[in-house]
Design a protein around this ligand. Structure first.
Ligand code: PHE
Length: 340
């Protein structure tokens, strides 16, 4: 027995441990329940009583030596294991990738800025709306196709709860709560039941504008829109108003700008006409004022609405609306030069 113990002393002293795995092997071989140390203690039970004191002492010595060696080795490995030691504060940090602003947010902010410079406040309304705010109070005839299931996402029928198809609903919400004069823009997300293609999406964004005061005229509207077009697309930009129809404005118009890509000479983007349409507008229909308790004999107003996607596509020459919703970082990170 004594020999066995002595042998073990030398073995332990010679044992070389270089890796965590070897350290674990050391533990299994000597210290674990079924290890060599425990088996010596098992043998110890059969040692005659008169030898027990001497052998017991040796055995305990061996146990201490093993435990100390194991502890020392463990300390060495732990101090080289970077996951367990304190962080070295002089090391360089992990490279953090900056996020970037979505191109639609950049353009929306720009539109908001342009109009706030001439006194427009901002208001936002709910995306889930009722028939009154989206259609009825905006003078939509009952049989108007925009009310149709093919255009509108209905959430509930009778009473009709739906996803707003335009931000004109926020006009109504503002007129309900604010007395004229009022001058607001309403940026927001809208929904239409359209087939998704390069030019159309079932979700898109609009900015609507509304100005109501005494003696507001079509000339005011035209000048405001010219100011907007030139701030947005450059001082040389020209505008053209074509008669159109919206239930909530009378007269109504669609506004084109001179093509920013070919400067009016004709190209693919403007379909060789030199002009591109960017918004709808008009004088607020007296019926809409009446619906919202504003006296049309005292007040008049104009409204306009534009798609943010369209403006962004023109500004950055993007040819597929679906890119805005795919969230591909290679696309998105191109629009925030101040962050790169
Ligand atoms: N609401 C219209 C649309 O979604 C745009 C518009 C707004 C037209 C205000 C005229 C006045 O197409």
């Amino acid at each position: 027995m004594i020999e066995k113990i002595e042998e073990m002393f030398t073995k332990i002293a010679e044992e070389k441990v270089n890796t965590m795995q070897e350290l674990e092997n050391f533990r299994l071989q000597y210290i674990a329940k079924k290890g060599k140390l425990n088996s010596l203690f098992e043998d110890f039970k059969n040692v005659p009583n008169e030898q027990k004191r001497i052998i017991g002492q040796k055995l305990n010595e061996l146990k201490t030596v093993v435990a100390e060696k194991y502890q020392k080795l463990q300390d060495v490995f732990q101090s080289t294991d970077t996951t367990k030691t304190e962080k070295d504060l002089t090391l360089t940090g992990f490279p953090l990738q900056f996020g970037s602003r979505h191109p639609l947010s950049i353009i929306k902010n720009e539109i908001v800025q342009i109009f706030s410079k001439i006194g427009f406040d901002i208001s936002e309304g709910p995306e889930i709306e009722d028939d009154w705010h989206v259609f009825t109070s905006l003078n939509f005839p009952l049989e108007h196709p925009a009310r149709d299931m093919q255009d509108t996402f209905f959430l509930e029928k009778n009473p009709d709860i739906l996803l707003r198809t335009h931000t004109s609903s926020v006009q109504v919400r503002v007129m309900e709560t604010t007395k004229p004069p009022l001058r607001f823009i309403f940026p927001g997300r809208v929904f239409r039941n359209e087939a998704v293609s390069a030019r159309a999406h079932c979700i898109f964004h609009q900015v609507e504008g509304l100005y109501i005061n005494k003696n507001v005229s079509f000339a005011d509207l035209k000048q405001t829109l010219l100011y907007f077009a030139q701030e947005m697309f450059g001082a040389k930009t020209q505008i053209r108003l074509r008669p159109s129809y919206f239930p909530f404005t009378e007269p109504s118009a669609e506004m084109d700008i001179s093509c920013t890509i070919c400067n009016g000479k004709g190209c693919n983007v403007c379909k060789h006409s030199g002009w591109v349409e960017i918004l709808g507008c008009g004088m607020v229909d007296p019926n809409v004022l009446i619906c919202n308790n504003i006296d049309p004999n005292k007040y008049s107003g104009y409204a306009f609405g534009m798609g943010i996607e369209r403006i962004t596509m023109l500004k950055y020459q993007i040819n597929d609306i679906r890119l805005f919703f795919e969230n591909d970082i290679r696309f998105l990170s191109q629009f925030t030069p101040e962050l790169t």
